[in-house]
Design a protein around this ligand. Structure first.
Ligand SMILES: Cc1cc2nc3c(=O)[nH]c(=O)nc-3n(C[C@H](O)[C@H](O)[C@H](O)COP(=O)(O)OP(=O)(O)OC[C@H]3O[C@@H](n4cnc5c(N)ncnc54)[C@H](O)[C@@H]3O)c2cc1C
Length: 286
């Protein structure tokens, strides 16, 4: 918290009873919390469509359902990509395929340590307002930054990296997350995953026990061993860039990623220092 405060964020500590005054649904055993006045929620689907529509007004053309299979080069310079057998020419290419980024980069001999990290989520029926903030539990933070603590755990919830992320949408449904698992590219939900996610969340917000789940799904976060994304030029391949590996924060980081990459490509330098995110950095487990 002191690190967040030193960066100018309005974050402070609450006792359990102060937290329950703000969020009465919290269980009586909760002894404390931190709160930030600047936390907010977005619907990622609306956000992505908003970006696409805004870019279309600047003449963006979207080619859906055409996977890029190769990047084209001439004398060490990018000339475009091949997608669905067709050639698309461009002097600049950004590889931003999420968990699939390493697959494409491996074709040009670049190895990027991005691994899929599955998150299983549960969505409930719409209910009256139950909570008014996005809630994360401390285990969520531990699971995110210290996967080594989860290995070999006997408790299913710990082994699966379960940490509560709970939020209520404007329609009333609750999103209950989630696991943090290395299970390859498998996007299925599992009975044990759903059960442990629900049990852990209901331990913190007991009213959830009486609310029905209506849907479950899983997604793959692009994990990197040092917890930092790759954002920058690919050394040795003029015109080729990478923007990938944002793990569980890529929606929140989308605006700064887009801005930094645009500055780097157009001006040759980003306002933010992108050195920690260099594609060829030495990776250490954080
Ligand atoms: C359960 C869960 C909860 C999350 N919660 C949050 C949250 O609360 N806040 C937050 O900020 N983030 C959250 N995230 C993380 C966020 O979803 C990711 O960080 C973000 O989606 C990464 O964005 P991206 O554009 O790099 O990759 P993606 O969103 O995966 O997009 C990559 C795109 O590239 C396409 N692609 C791949 N290969 C090719 C190819 N060869 N040719 C053409 N296209 C290709 C894919 O189809 C995909 O559309 C969550 C993720 C999960 C799984």
């Amino acid at each position: 918290m002191s690190k967040q405060q030193s960066l100018g964020l309005d974050v402070h500590l609450l006792t359990g009873s102060e937290a329950r005054k703000i969020e009465p649904a919290l269980a009586s055993h909760i002894v404390g919390a931190t709160i930030s006045s600047r936390d907010a929620q977005v619907n990622p689907m609306y956000l992505v469509n908003g970006y696409i529509n805004a870019a279309k007004r600047k003449n963006l053309i979207v080619h859906k359902g055409k996977p890029v299979t190769d990047i084209m080069f001439e004398s060490g310079k990018v000339t475009g990509v091949i997608a669905d057998g067709e050639k698309y020419y461009s002097e600049k290419v950004i590889c931003c395929g999420g968990v699939k980024t390493p697959e494409l980069m491996s074709k040009i001999g670049i190895s990027l340590p991005i691994k899929p990290r599955r998150g299983q989520l549960v969505i409930t029926e719409p209910v009256e307002p139950l909570i008014s903030h996005v809630m994360l539990c401390s285990r969520y933070i531990a699971a995110k930054y210290h996967p080594e603590l989860l290995e070999n755990a006997h408790d299913d919830a710990i082994r699966l990296g379960v940490g509560m992320a709970l939020e209520q949408t404007s329609e009333g449904g609750l999103l209950i997350g989630s696991t943090r698992e290395f299970s390859g590219f498998d996007k299925n939900v599992t009975e044990i995953g759903v059960r442990t996610v629900c049990a852990h969340a209901a331990h913190i917000v007991p009213a959830l026990k009486k609310i029905r789940a209506v849907r479950t799904f899983a997604g793959l976060r692009p994990y990197t061993p040092d917890g930092k994304a790759f954002m920058g030029a690919v050394p040795g391949f003029s015109g080729l860039y990478v923007a990938a590996g944002h793990e569980g924060d890529g929606i929140a980081y989308a605006p700064i990623t887009g801005k930094s990459m645009a500055e780097l490509i157009i001006d040759g330098k980003s306002e933010s220092d992108l050195t920690p995110f260099a594609v060829d950095r030495k990776i250490e487990q954080h």
